[in-house]
Design a protein around this ligand. Structure first.
Ligand code: E4P
Length: 217
């Protein structure tokens, strides 16, 4: 499973990238707003660090303007994936950009039927939002399983990019289902390293290191 990092925080991207943990980056208008930076500038900086797909989202709602925005975003770097919302206008934009050879990430997906339409429109990535479904007591991971089954039934190339990940368990569940990509905030990716028994075990070892005066350097 590829790891994308869901942030526009340059320092966080650099830290994870140095460990080989970043196969790509996803941003959205809220993450860009949080960065306090110009969308074109910060996206370019991310593309200079990461060679994998970097999702940059359009902000228009109509297909014509979305397409113009998408074409402008695509010019930032060859690894840009233009992110469009799962609306009819977004699907129209997806089809045109895909035909032009631009990667497209169709976002804000909350149903298997939406994912089916995105695949038919040639999306490179479909982004189902598991956390936001869990928030309204609908099992987000069940949707990932349904999309996996549908895409495998018909051999769609569209990659399932699990989004709105909130916990390390979401990462594990996405990997078990066979999602192609999971995008998560830096804290969730770092949190995957934590286990209470690792901390407890290390405390015990350190106590014995101190007691026995063990030194290596
Ligand atoms: C993904 O591409 C989205 O930017 C993101 O995962 C949304 O996550 P949220 O629901 O935690 O805002």
């Amino acid at each position: 499973m590829k790891f994308f990092v869901d942030t526009a925080d340059i320092d966080a991207i650099k830290e994870l990238h140095a460990l080989g943990m970043v196969d790509g980056v996803t941003t959205n208008p809220s993450l860009i707003a949080k960065s306090g930076r110009d969308i074109l500038e910060v996206t370019k900086e991310i593309c200079d660090i990461v060679s994998g797909p970097v999702s940059a989202e359009v902000v228009a709602l109509d297909a014509e303007t979305m397409l113009a925005e998408g074409r402008k975003l695509a010019k930032i770097a060859p690894n840009i994936a233009v992110k469009v919302p799962l609306t009819w206008a977004g699907l129209q934009t997806c089809k045109t950009l895909t035909d032009e050879g631009t990667m497209v990430n169709v976002t804000l997906c909350f149903s298997a039927n939406q994912a089916l339409l995105a695949a038919k429109a040639g999306a490179t990535f479909i982004s189902p939002f598991v956390g936001r479904l869990d928030d309204i007591n609908i099992d987000g991971m069940e949707l990932i399983g349904d999309i996996r089954t549908i895409y495998d039934n018909y051999g769609f190339d569209t990659q399932i990019l699990v989004a709105s990940i909130r916990t390390a368990n979401h990462m594990k569940d996405a990997a078990l289902i066979g999602a192609d990509v999971a995008t998560a905030p830096p804290a969730v990716i770092k949190g995957m390293a934590s286990h209470i028994l690792t901390d407890k075990g290390l405390d015990g070892f350190m106590a014995d290191v101190k007691k026995a005066g063990i030194k290596i350097l």
